[in-house]
Design a protein around this ligand. Structure first.
Ligand code: PEP
Ligand code: MG
Length: 886
């Protein structure tokens, strides 16, 4: 869409404000704001070309929009007037910087040109008026280098090579030791390189230089690294970047000049003390490029006391004005301080939490606004160990960051090996192509889990997150050979017992012995969580199946268990034979007998949970996965059978029988097969046993502690109201048989995880005390996307091609799956106003999804224990956002 004639495409810094971020980009809007707050003497003058101009330029196939050049010329005239100097003036030239500035900061991704306006004549003028020939020639050589690199794509190493050569010839080590003649010669060699590479002379006309620089900044928006950065950070391509043209001030004018970056508080720890770096006699890019080692900001106090004192005052003022931690750039030119840029600082979780607490204490923000400055998703870092911040290591493979935290240990390939190793006190990482129900014991024993297949919603990821174990899934570059017990990657072959380290927050695998940093849950974090609880209206529960997980969940502030997946209770090694006997049973009687043996074990599990939860709600879901998941793998049985036949061990018949049963239970689409309530209808005795175990456990705990558990029995995968009605009757019947438990204490509800259930939610509500949205399956069934496979298959391409902007298994697909949730919540409550509404899919721990569930009117979210603190903070943010939009 071309811009209309007469559209204002250029704004002076004195015209803009921080509210104009979309049009002027973050940098332009903040420089304008800073000019208003600090006054024009503190901020070098300039103007901003709008993002709209950039978008029009891209749409017109790299043509400047109509009127842009004229408006730039007029703004330049005003800038020359304000500066009292002219661009290209041979006696006393105005020099400008040309910088990008997108709506969201994209550090280092877009281009910048400094010292623009210098040419063979004006460099002499600059030398004369500043009485500093070295400074003038240093500025000119920098300009030739940057212009050639940024505007004409000449490789940076070519220039660096020439600098190295010159230093060798001059016999010096550092750039700053090069004399005037060296710099002159260097500038000449840069111009020669420019001619050689472009076939043109280095441009001497400053307006031509400016035109090319503006074009280069626009073009950098579509450069490969910027496109990739936007993809990762989900920044839309059609925002475009603004271009800021600003009068240069010089930090490289000698010992009373410097350039630096300053934060209004420590940006790593959040301590209320400014921090930063500076370099005397240098330009800004020297500080960030790492060519020279900068000095600590506070050393400036003794070198330039007046500028330092002014800077400290300005940092305070900017922080008060923005009510947030500021990240600034400054320059001191011959003792005079200039502020070039300010923005809200990006900060690690620790600093975010500390800032929020201090900001309330200082009266800078109220609690809700302070909590709003925290990126809830990043709080994960405070709950898990991580690779040490300055760790140096080589990446072996990358995968999906499936469960946060870092771990290292010896490679093991099976759950049994993991258990055996843990018993001997060894740290191990369980490495498998993918994991299954059988592997869960290994999760407990291992320090971390690594798979070559599967994504964020894979079995490995879900179970690992539930237990707070680090997990990298879908590391496709790894070739895991379970028979040979090797892992191959990148030409390296690792064996069982070799060291491997994973960072499940970053999705990284290495064989280096990286140092791990322990998590620190500070007093400030506790304070933030307490405030979040005062502010939020959504409840926060946890998904937990074992007493240890429930204890963890309570420690992190969960107000109940929103999902206990009972199948995890059948996986323990001592229960597998009993479970298999139950599945192998030929008749209902045989099955009942096997279930009788499982009952006390289940009862014990539930007692543990109820005791831990002390009267808080516990939502227990009856068996969900298809029975074949509890059987051994067919291939294993086949090979056992072959061996048995050779050895004539006498086990042949039993193994044949097992194999037959495995085949008879196998389904083409188990996810759509005999699971959930369908199992309950086909084999009611299984659910009966579970309900009986729940009721007996409740009674035992009540008798022991005097406190009756708050029970919620949940039926999975319901599509038809009749399914729920049948199961409700079953629960009521067992409750009658187990007299003393009393139906009154018992709530019966359902998972809502199928589209049909959403469409007929009013009918289902008639049979339910509560709904809990199972958004993992609901996403899978609404989209027809296999939750175990998409991430390793087509999802990345879907993100690249903008079909979706992130995984729908991570953040709820609001218009699609989210609509189903809204519909079911609304029609369910119409039928039954007192209907309880929760969500227990993985989305329950995702801040963006939590904001959506707040608006959809749910009562609570339930997530893995380690996400509970994040959900508490995100729920407080959601409450604030909802109250400001309503
Ligand atoms: C779900 O489907 O969202 C859910 C919570 O159940 P599960 O992940 O156990 O299928
Ligand atoms: Mg489910």
């Amino acid at each position: 869409m071309a811009v209309a004639t007469g559209t204002k495409l250029v704004y002076d810094f004195t015209e803009g404000s921080r509210d104009m971020r979309e049009l002027l980009g973050g940098k332009g809007a903040n420089v304008a704001e800073m000019t208003r707050v600090l006054g024009p003497d503190r901020v070098p003058a300039g103007f901003t070309i709008t993002t709209e101009a950039c978008v029009a330029y891209m749409e017109a196939d790299r043509e400047f929009p109509k009127g842009l050049e004229e408006q730039v010329e007029e703004a330049l005239g005003r800038l020359e007037e304000a500066a009292g100097k002219r661009l290209g003036d041979a006696s006393d030239p105005l020099l400008v910087s040309v910088r990008s500035g997108a709506r969201e900061s994209m550090p280092g991704m877009l281009d910048t040109v400094l010292n623009l306006g210098l040419n063979d004549d004006s460099v002499e003028g600059l030398a004369r008026v500043t009485d500093n020939e070295r400074f003038a020639w240093d500025s000119y050589r920098r300009f030739c280098q940057m212009f050639g690199n940024v505007c004409r794509g000449i490789a940076g190493e070519r220039f660096e090579g020439l600098i190295k050569e010159r230093k060798r010839e001059a016999g010096v080590e550092q750039d700053v030791e090069l004399g005037v003649d060296d710099l002159k010669a260097l500038t000449e060699s840069f111009k020669d390189l420019f001619r050689e590479e472009t076939g043109e002379e280095f441009p001497q006309e400053p307006r031509d230089q400016l035109r090319q620089a503006i074009r280069a900044v626009f073009d950098s928006w579509m450069g490969a690294r910027a496109v990739e950065y936007r993809r990762i950070n989900r920044i839309p391509d059609d925002w475009g970047t603004a271009v800021n043209v600003q009068q240069m001030v010089f930090g490289n004018k000698g010992d009373t000049s410097c350039s630096g970056v300053a934060f209004s508080r420590d940006e790593i720890t959040g301590e209320p003390r400014p921090s930063g770096d500076f370099l005397p006699n240098a330009q800004g890019e020297d500080v960030v490029s790492g060519v020279r080692t900068p000095r600590d900001l506070h050393e400036l106090e003794s070198l330039m006391p007046e500028a330092y004192a002014q800077l400290m005052e300005i940092l305070r003022e900017l922080e008060r004005h923005y009510a947030d931690l500021q990240d600034t750039e400054f320059t001191v030119e011959e003792g005079r301080l200039y502020m070039l840029q300010t923005r809200n600082a990006k900060r690690p979780a620790q600093a975010a939490v500390r800032f929020a607490v201090d900001a309330v204490g200082e009266g800078l923000l109220d609690k809700a606004d302070a909590i709003a400055t925290i990126d809830a998703g990043r709080l994960d870092a405070l709950l898990h160990p991580s690779f040490a911040r300055d760790a140096d290591y080589e990446v072996l493979a990358e995968g999906v960051a499936a469960s946060p935290g870092a771990a290292k240990g010896a490679i093991v390939f099976t759950a049994q090996e993991a258990v055996a190793a843990a018993e001997q006190g060894r740290d191990v990482i369980l490495v498998r192509p993918f994991t299954e129900a059988d592997d869960v014991a290994g999760f407990h024993a291992a320090k971390g889990i690594l798979t070559s297949e599967g994504g964020k919603a894979s079995h490995a990821a879900l179970v690992a997150r539930g237990m707070g174990k680090p997990c990298v899934s879908g590391a496709g570059a790894l070739e895991i050979d379970l028979h040979a017990k090797t892992v191959g990657a990148d030409g390296v072959t690792l064996d069982e017992g070799d060291l491997i380290a994973i960072d499940g927050s970053a999705g990284v695998v290495t064989t280096d012995d990286v140092e791990l940093e322990a998590p620190s849950v500070s007093d400030e974090f506790e304070t933030v969580l307490r405030w979040a609880d005062e502010l939020r209206t959504l409840g926060v529960r946890a998904n937990a199946d074992a007493p240890e997980d429930a204890a963890k969940a309570r420690e992190f502030g969960a107000e109940g268990i929103g999902l206990c997946r009972t199948e995890h209770m059948f996986i323990a090694v001592d229960r597998q034979p009993k479970m298999r006997a139950m599945i192998m049973a030929e008749t209902a009687e045989d099955r009942r007998a096997a279930l009788e043996e499982l009952l006390p074990l289940q009862q014990g599990d539930f007692e543990g949970l109820f005791e831990e939860m002390k009267g808080l709600p516990v939502t227990i879901r009856l068996l969900d996965p298809p029975l074949h998941e509890f059987m051994p793998q067919a291939e294993e049985v086949v090979s056992d059978l072959e061996r048995a036949r050779i050895e004539q061990s006498g086990e042949e018949q039993e193994l044949e029988h097992t194999l037959e049963r495995i085949h008879s239970l196998a389904e083409t689409n188990p996810m759509l097969g005999t699971r959930g309530v369908r199992l309950g209808i086909l084999h009611p005795e299984i659910y009966e046993m579970q309900v009986r175990a729940i009721l007996r456990a409740a009674r035992a705990v009540r008798d022991r502690s005097g406190q009756a558990p708050h029970l919620e029995i949940m039926i999975p995968l319901v599509a038809y109201e009749r399914e729920l009605e049948l199961m409700r009757d079953l629960v009521a019947r067992v409750a009658r048989e187990e007299e003393g438990a009393g139906e009154r204490d018992l709530h019966v509800g359902t998972m809502i995880e199928l589209p049909r259930a959403c469409f007929v939610a009013n009918r289902i509500a008639a049979q339910a005390d509560f709904f809990s949205f199972g958004t993992n399956d609901l996403t899978q069934t609404a989209l027809g996307f296999s939750r175990d496979d998409v991430e390793g298959r087509f999802l990345n391409r879907y993100i690249e091609t903008k079909v979706v902007d992130r995984s729908p298994f991570e953040t709820i697909d609001k218009p699609g799956v989210g609509w189903l949730v809204r519909l079911a919540a609304w029609t369910g409550r119409e039928e039954k106003p007192e209907l309880g509404l929760g969500i227990c899919g993985e989305h329950g721990g995702d801040p963006d999804s939590i904001a959506f569930f707040q608006l959809a009117g749910l009562d609570y979210v339930s997530c893995s224990p380690y996400r509970v603190p994040i959900a508490r903070v995100a729920a407080a943010q959601a409450a604030k956002a909802a109250s400001s939009t309503s």
